[in-house]
Design a protein around this ligand. Structure first.
Ligand code: NBP
Length: 484
């Protein structure tokens, strides 16, 4: 059998098929394989007809068709399927071959699999692939991490098929060791959760608070897309609001208000708690989906729980601009929190992450693509050691300009009884972050009062620990282990 395949892709569902066609367009010979073998033939006689794609009906056949070192990409369901496919591959691999997982795997699985395959003399890459079906076909944002020695093996293929920024830079670069690529993809998806939620809150406020129609909101989102908010998600929101169903009304108003969540937003929120980083906006975005899923309970509660009767009184156009500014300020907080988490993860998992490059990886080809990401890249170019995006001059000035509007929007939403969990948690984070003295002094006193947790004093050396017998009844022994 002639070894003519540059790369193999296992998994011929929507992502696998489109990535193969994309690779084929860029001159690569791809070997296609799938667990259900009939799908290989369907693909060859269907979407891949007339291309150079070669079908392999078995792993043995697939492996024999590949040039060495072999590059085999899994585009299968995340989780056990990846381990199952790896186990099927192992007996057929030679030292130096590289297995690539392009699915949405949890980064800890990728850390484990990298170690496992490297221990057997193979290479492993876990790469985030973003942009859905269209991205896979036309150019996704790609975030590869894993065995560093494997990057030269796939660099040309990956950068050829990836999306490009408007000035031609591929949205694909090496992210870091073991699970770093999948971690960055998880962060991307989580930021997507946040961006979607703040857009939904703007829509809810304009609809419920101002009584605007979908047609009016279509115009507003379209105009916002010509400002700093210029992004794919604002653009599709404008499109969605203009879309009519068969009856001639806006389709969006007929869609059940019950959202699902596939996991990456939750994974990131859980990880942020593990790392001790307040990623509050994204966590609120996940919780907002959870609350939406309680549709039956909400319908029952709506009949008995009342809110304020107040109506919006004020300048509608001025308030729409206030909402735009609240959206922009909240978005800055969301990305700030996301990058804070990336920074802490880099420390925890010993990755060297390039934050400006990560922003650039998301500039095109993925769901959170936006002009805004260039500002993040510029901030890290100005100062690669920037500890927090809010401290960058550009973002600080934008927040300054937006702040009054942001507070007005949150206060008005509270008065009107329209929920804005992401707008308000972002503002609370901002106020907390800029607060020199938080009430954690009282909290520490409470902890010491009931659990002898000890505390430090502002008027004593930092390493000196204090415990007070607050009631005169307890002892003077401080807790060494008990933490709440
Ligand atoms: P799915 O996530 O629906 O996975 C189905 C594919 O996996 C089928 O081709 C299935 O084969 C194959 N598969 C193989 Br091969 N071995 C399997 C096993 N042991 N157990 C289960 N399935 C197995 O495909 P997808 O939507 O193309 O997504 C692929 C990956 O890319 C996923 O990790 C997904 O999270 C990620 N992703 C998806 C999107 C998107 O927009 N869909 C975007 C970004 C990332 P079969 O035909 O024999 O069942």
């Amino acid at each position: 059998m002639e070894k003519q395949g540059d790369i193999a892709v296992i998994g011929l569902a929507v992502m696998g098929q489109n990535l193969i066609l994309n690779m084929n367009d860029h001159g690569y010979t791809v070997v296609a394989h799938n667990r259900t073998v009939s799908k290989v033939d369907e693909f060859l006689t269907g979407a891949a007809k007339g291309t150079k794609v070669i079908g392999a009906r078995s792993i043995e056949e697939m492996v024999a068709l590949l040039t060495t070192p072999r590059k085999i990409m899994l585009m299968v369901k995340a989780g056990e399927a990846v381990d199952e496919e790896i186990e099927k591959l192992l007996p057929h691999l030679s030292p130096g071959d590289c297995v690539i997982d392009g699915g949405n795997s949890h980064f800890t699985d990728t850390i484990r699999r990298t170690k496992y395959l490297e221990g057997k003399g193979f290479f492993y890459i876990g790469t985030g692939v973003s942009g859905g079906e269209e991205g896979a076909r036309m150019g996704p944002s790609m975030m590869p991490g894993g065995s560093p020695k494997a990057w030269p093996l796939v660099k040309d293929i990956f950068t050829a098929i990836a999306a490009r920024t408007p000035d031609g830079v591929p949205c694909c670069d090496w992210v870091g060791e073991n699970g770093a690529g999948h971690y960055v993809k998880m962060a991307h998806n989580a930021i997507e959760y946040g961006d979607m939620q703040i857009i939904c809150e703007a829509y809810h406020l304009m609809k419920q608070g101002l009584g605007l129609s979908c047609a009016e909101m279509h115009g507003i989102f379209s105009s916002w897309n010509k400002t700093e908010l210029d992004s794919y998600l604002i653009e599709i929101t404008a499109d969605i609001l203009a879309f009519k169903d068969d009856g001639g009304g806006p389709l969006v108003e007929k869609i059940l208000d019950k959202a699902g969540q596939k996991g990456t937003g939750k994974w990131f929120s859980v990880n942020s708690l593990d790392l001790g980083i307040p990623v509050t906006l994204i966590a609120e975005a996940v919780y907002a989906r959870c609350l939406s899923a309680l549709k039956d309970e909400r319908v029952a509660a709506a009949k008995v729980l009342t809110g304020p009767a107040s109506k919006f009184t004020g300048d509608v156009s001025a308030f729409i601009e206030d909402i735009r500014r609240a959206l922009l300020a909240s978005k800055i907080v969301s990305y700030t929190q996301g990058f804070m988490c990336l920074r802490e993860a880099a420390k925890e998992y010993r990755w060297t992450l390039n934050y400006g490059n990560i922003a650039l990886l998301w500039r095109s080809g993925c769901i959170i693509r936006s002009v805004f990401l260039e500002k993040i890249k510029a901030a890290y170019d100005r100062n690669p050691d920037l500890s927090n995006l809010l401290l960058d001059d550009y973002f600080r000035e934008v927040i300054d300009k937006c702040q009054e509007s942001w507070r007005k929007v949150v206060a008005t939403a509270v008065k009107l009884g329209v929920p804005v969990p992401a707008f308000s948690s972002a503002l609370a984070f901002f106020d907390g972050y800029r607060c020199e003295r938080l009430p954690a002094n009282l909290l520490q006193a409470q902890r010491d009062y009931f659990g002898a947790h000890t505390y430090r004093r502002i008027d004593a050396p930092a390493d000196k620990i204090f415990h007070t017998n607050w009631t005169g009844r307890g002892g003077d022994v401080a807790s060494g282990t008990y933490t709440v």
